[in-house]
Design a protein around this ligand. Structure first.
Ligand SMILES: C[S@@+](CC[C@H](N)C(=O)[O-])C[C@H]1O[C@@H](n2cnc3c(N)ncnc32)[C@H](O)[C@@H]1O
Length: 283
């Protein structure tokens, strides 16, 4: 980065304009002390656009409504960290408890699983691997839908190519069984990739997502840490109202919803907490 841009600090009012704009559109919130973090993340966008101030960049975002710039901004501000079998106990609960219970009650109604912040796809593809391992695709109608706000992540997920860092906890026998090594990357087998439908979707855009909120199992994991309390409350209230009865919500293992006093019932399974909209819930 040139010395000019390195010296380009962000002043309080420009930071607040950009921060509030991003918050409104995405739910992602940069606290007051994070002005430099935001400035660092988007400084390159100023360079690429030949702009010399954060205020000009704000005006560009707000008034030009340029979808290509929006993609680049999203890519610059989101954290895409993810890997196969991350927080595996949640997948185990899904496989061993939720799915068998669901099909005992509703044997002929397809189960819909939605991974709402799937990044480059490791989370929903882990679910597809676990379902295959359990032999569930032969027994049950199950659909997995996966989405993320970052178009570059979804593009990458659809390709099904993964680097070594995605495999830090996946058992090696599963890696061998479901991936083919190609030079420096691993290609996931088509039979797994085709189990997941990937789309670009913003969790804060309720209209765009209306059909997905009716999923029986929703994962919004390791994303709420980037959201404001306001956005989390808005999202979980909306999810609760839209999800069908007898449905489950998973958030990251370190992300508790308790302070929001959600209407979901908190269910403990093997020491892990998940949120359930139970059968007595008001629609
Ligand atoms: C740290 S990754 C978590 C990935 C995966 N859920 C996991 O736990 O491994 C967070 C993801 O949330 C996505 N994200 C951030 N804001 C979002 C929004 N408003 N709607 C949908 N996805 C969003 C980011 O693009 C990023 O891919």
């Amino acid at each position: 980065m040139s010395a000019f841009y390195e010296s380009l600090g962000i002043n309080k009012s420009d930071f607040e304009l950009l921060r509030d704009f991003i918050h409104l559109k995405t739910g992602i919130y940069f606290e007051d002390g994070k002005a430099d973090v935001l400035a660092d993340k988007i400084a390159n966008r100023l360079i690429e656009n030949n702009l010399t101030s954060f205020l000009d960049y704000y005006y560009k975002l707000k008034y030009e409504n340029d979808p290509d710039e929006w993609k680049e901004l999203i890519n610059a501000i989101t954290i895409n960290e993810t890997y196969f079998y991350r927080e595996y106990p949640h997948i185990k609960i899904l496989i061993e408890r939720i799915i068998p219970e669901y099909f005992e009650k509703f044997p002929n109604i397809p189960l819909r699983i939605w991974s709402g912040a799937c990044s480059t796809g490791e989370e929903p593809l882990s679910i597809a691997i676990a379902l295959t391992e359990a032999g569930y695709y032969e027994k049950y109608p199950i659909n997995i839908f996966a989405s993320d706000i970052n178009p570059f992540s979804i593009e990458s997920a659809k390709k099904g190519l993964f680097k070594e860092r995605s495999f830090r906890v996946l058992p090696s026998d599963l890696k061998e069984k479901y991936f083919i090594k190609e030079d420096k990357v691993y290609r996931i087998k088509q039979e797994i990739l085709e189990k997941v439908i990937f789309r670009v979707k913003n969790l804060m855009d309720f209209d765009e997502l209306s059909f997905l909120y009716f999923s029986n199992v929703i994962f919004v994991k390791n994303i709420l840490i980037y959201f404001s309390e306001f956005s989390i409350r808005k999202l979980i209230d909306y999810l609760y109202n839209k999800m069908p009865k007898e449905s489950y919500l998973f958030v990251g293992i370190s992300e508790s919803l308790l302070k929001y006093q959600p209407k979901f019932e908190l269910v403990e399974v093997d020491g892990y907490f998940i949120y359930k909209k139970n059968s007595g819930a008001q629609e």
